[in-house]
Design a binder for this molecule. Sequence first.
Ligand SMILES: Cc1cc2nc3c(=O)[nH]c(=O)nc-3n(C[C@H](O)[C@H](O)[C@H](O)COP(=O)(O)OP(=O)(O)OC[C@H]3O[C@@H](n4cnc5c(N)ncnc54)[C@H](O)[C@@H]3O)c2cc1C
Length: 482
Amino acid sequence: MLTGKEYLESIRDGRKVYIGKELIEDITTHPAFAKGAETIAMIYDRKVAPENRDVMVSEEDGEEFSTYFLKPKTRADIERRYETHRRIASWTHGFMGRSPDNFPSYLTGLATQPELFNEILDGAGDRLDAYYRKARREDLFMSHAVTNPQGSRRAGAEIDAADVISPTLRVVSEDDEGVTINGLKMIGTGAIYCHETWVGNLQPVPPGNEAETITCAVPLNYEGVSIWSRKSYEAMANSEFDMPLSARYDETDAAILFENVKVPWDRVFLHNNVAMTREIYFRTPGHSLANHQANVRFVEKLRLIVAIAHKLTDSNKAGAIPAVQSTLGNLAAQLATLESMVRGQIYDCEDMPNGYVTINRRFMYAALHWCTNNHSKICDIVRELMGGGPIQMPADSSVMEDPELNKKFETYWSLPDQSAKERMKLFRLAWDILGTEFAGRHMLYEKFYAGPSFIMDLYSYQLAGWDKLDSVVDDLMAGYDL
Ligand SMILES: Cc1cc2nc3c(=O)[nH]c(=O)nc-3n(C[C@H](O)[C@H](O)[C@H](O)COP(=O)(O)OP(=O)(O)OC[C@H]3O[C@@H](n4cnc5c(N)ncnc54)[C@H](O)[C@@H]3O)c2cc1C
């Protein structure tokens, strides 16, 4: 298993990362990405530290691996996976959504049913099993880009007939060695820090666009792969004091461009199959195990948001007012609601094929729905509890470097029980959760990372168990008549 130092070494691999027009030589030392890379290295180190090993490291046939690669067979296995996710999320307060335990949860779920992949494409299940073992053995950090560029909904025949380049990734040729892929995939959250990315489709692909259904795993330093980063919030953070989360927990998002990238067959798991390209995540525990991680991660973030609300109202003295206590009670109840939704997923876990289990999917999708729909609302409540506090502070902490200004700052901005510096530190943290560009990206992330909100409704619609619900009404009505 990788140490943090080995992880950092392993991503100095010649990958092409662009930020604007700048091609980054070494992401582990560049001011846009260095601290984020250190945060991932911290996760690699901590998960194997003596106090975490018993939970976060598992073993099979004498081989040790991170518990997020554990294929769960019992509720105890699910508990063990949960506690692994919880600890990792707590180390970044839930601000790194695609932490190293996210995609392996997909892969582990998919790999519980190699026979499904063998039925779809000759030998694909065996290749998937081998890839799962490789990822587990090498402790790989993987992103997944399973969304297509916005607005590019061109029919495959149209692209072939006009001989134009499609923005959406598709197979452009294949031979005995493998396939050649060309086009964009969205959004590689964390990809800048990952070893490899999974390419596939969580959006349906229409018939006629078979070439877009390709599902494969690609190392991010392959010839022809380039990673186009959005703006770096880490680079915008003038100091940790002023923007503590932007400075350390910017997990990055990027479009990944594949220009005639040759992918060998041993990395191809599905090809030319519109019916199954999306289905594989739902027929296996792939989607449920990965989104359970997302739920667990969200609880840690919500815990910080609710705690910040309490600290802010303590600081601005509004916390003694009954109406404000009622708002705080409401937030505390929301935190407890979500925590219990996550615990319920484990308690009522479900049987899956081949003797495996997964978390309760109905409860998981309900929690996903809850998070998607409530994150912005909760943030708005906490932002209101702050009043105008953050804007009453000087522009940044450099004011404290000047002895003369610092004296005035401590004289006029302090409270009897709080120094001006303490107040500013709290407001800066709160603003990074609720007001900075980093915070704005998190509003978007929580709304979209698992798909748009109408898809959240559909998941719960599909799993509602309408027959059973209908029978409640039928049985009731059967008990009386004219
Ligand atoms: C910060 C962030 C991180 C992400 N990370 C990842 C990642 O790691 N991997 C990955 O694969 N993807 C990732 N995504 C992409 C995410 O999966 C998509 O953004 C999401 O599926 C929505 O697709 P879209 O952005 O193309 O929006 P569009 O599909 O273009 O939708 C635009 C708007 O139209 C609405 N809309 C569209 N169709 C309908 C309809 N039929 N009915 C009602 N409303 C509709 C949508 O709700 C939305 O509000 C990430 C997104 C964000 C914002």
